[in-house]
Design a protein around this ligand. Structure first.
Ligand code: HEM
Length: 182
């Protein structure tokens, strides 16, 4: 049966939930006017969730470097395999680039990150007023790119599920269904 192993499936869905949640919180918190206790609390949650994405992405990359993903069905066109492969590697890069850009932006703004209020992460740079707006722009646009690519990824997954009905979606689901590849 050509499907991902349980650790790969669990990491995929944990990261998907964490990324979508962190992204949504980022939009909500920056929309709150002024400085309020709720806004500050959301900023902390956003940072902690971003660090969690980074930790999970590290585990996932280690898994990926040690394991081959399951083979596609022989009938899948070569361009589709190439496109899926390229998009997956772009997503891996952004899983790191997006939280790292947020981490450096926070440091440039003069706010070290204390993970869950318990562990202070190493501050790899000090406050930098000149770099701060640049890093904010980088963080914002990397997020927009990630959102666009995740949108494409989800559309492709649903096209496989509903139109092609070729079992590609089932490769990443923890349950067996009759539509799986052999
Ligand atoms: C509702 C949201 C999502 C759905 C329905 C979905 C669905 C899938 C499916 C069906 C696969 C297997 C594709 C294949 O075998 O070619 C897959 C793989 C993958 N997904 Fe998602 N996904 C979602 C969200 C995300 C998010 C948010 C990310 C991270 C940014 C992500 C990153 C990846 C990566 C990197 C792979 C390739 C794994 C590998 O082979 O190394 N996915 N996804």
């Amino acid at each position: 049966m050509r499907r991902y192993t349980l650790p790969a499936i669990v990491l995929h869905w944990l990261i998907a939930i964490a990324i979508i949640g962190t992204f949504t919180l980022g939009l909500v918190m920056t929309d709150i006017p002024g400085i309020t206790p709720t806004k500050l609390r959301y900023y902390n949650w956003h940072k902690w969730a971003g660090v969690t994405v980074l930790l999970l992405a590290t585990l996932r990359l280690l898994w990926r470097l040690a394991n081959h993903p399951p083979q596609y069905a022989d009938e899948m066109p070569a361009w589709q395999r190439g496109a899926a492969h390229g998009l997956h590697w772009l997503l891996y890069i952004l899983m790191f680039a997006v939280p790292l850009s947020g981490y450096f932006y926070s440091l440039a703004a003069g706010f070290p990150i204390v993970y869950f209020g318990l562990f202070e992460l190493p501050s790899l740079m000090g406050p930098d007023p000149a770099l701060k707006p640049v890093l904010l722009g980088v963080h914002y646009w990397l997020n927009m790119l990630l959102a666009a690519l995740v949108g494409l990824h989800v559309l492709a997954a649903f096209k496989h599920l509903l139109i092609d009905r070729d079992g590609v979606m089932q490769r990443m689901l923890p349950i067996s269904t009759p539509k799986e590849n052999p």
